[in-house]
Design a protein around this ligand. Structure first.
Ligand code: PRP
Ligand code: URA
Length: 209
């Protein structure tokens, strides 16, 4: 069974409290999504493999550590996942970025795929799928299905807010995928929105409502 990691870092929780606020405007909302993604990326990557290297400083040789494991790819689920990309890439500049376009049919809540484009060498990379919201889990499960069909071996999922229903769906379909969240909320409402959540993440990032 995959693990759920909840980041209780005070900076993440403080920013999340402003993000949830219905009075937070589009500009600040978008900035906060990026900042939270950056902080979550920092926490989620603390176990990346490193190797020892000796670096000549102007004074003497220094024993240092550099990243040595597989390269990473960041894969946002469009649209809202786009808001997390810059924050992630600012922490991992060598990461490549793939895109999966999905939207939830408002009646059935089923994900509908409209775009899929990965880096050519994605099968040689570890992938972090990013999307601010994990609600029913339909979008995340489908995105991970597509990546596995493409041959990706190691996948992590990062969401700012998750509902227990979404976590259960991902764990059932993809028990090998660890989930990283800033908050695990109470439940979904009848329209598939997370309670208390933050509303529609895509609309709040892009100002479309
Ligand atoms: C939102 C969100 C997730 C999805 C989560 O996207 O960004 O992708 O819903 O819901 P689920 O877990 O029930 O699948 P939405 O479908 O609203 O599309 P958008 O990002 O284009 O606004
Ligand atoms: N998508 C969102 O943007 N918000 C929710 O609460 C659920 C799905």
């Amino acid at each position: 069974m995959s693990k759920v990691h909840i980041f209780d870092h005070p900076l993440i929780q403080h920013k999340l409290s402003i993000l949830r606020d219905k009075n937070t405007g589009v500009k600040e909302f978008r900035e906060l999504v990026g900042e939270i993604a950056m902080l979550m990326c920092y926490e989620a990557t603390r176990n990346l493999a490193v190797e020892e290297v000796i670096v000549e400083t102007p004074v003497a040789p220094a024993r240092c550590y550099r990243l040595s494991g597989k390269k990473l790819a960041i894969v946002p689920i469009l649209r809202a996942g786009l808001g997390m990309v810059d924050g992630m890439v600012s922490m991992i500049p060598s990461a490549k970025v793939g895109h999966i376009g999905l939207y939830r049919d408002p009646k059935t809540l089923q994900p509908v795929k409209y775009y899929y484009k990965m880096p050519q060498d994605v099968t040689e990379r570890d992938v972090i799928v990013v999307d601010p919201m994990l609600a029913t889990g339909g979008s995340a499960v489908a995105a991970i299905d597509f990546l596995k069909q493409d041959g990706v071996k190691r996948i992590m999922l990062m969401n700012i807010i998750a509902a227990p229903e979404g976590v259960a769906a991902v764990q059932a379909a993809h028990p090998d995928v660890d989930i990283y969240v800033a908050a695990l909320d109470e439940k979904l409402n009848d329209h598939g929105y997370i309670i208390p959540g933050l509303g529609d993440a895509g609309d709040r990032i892009f100002g479309t409502k």
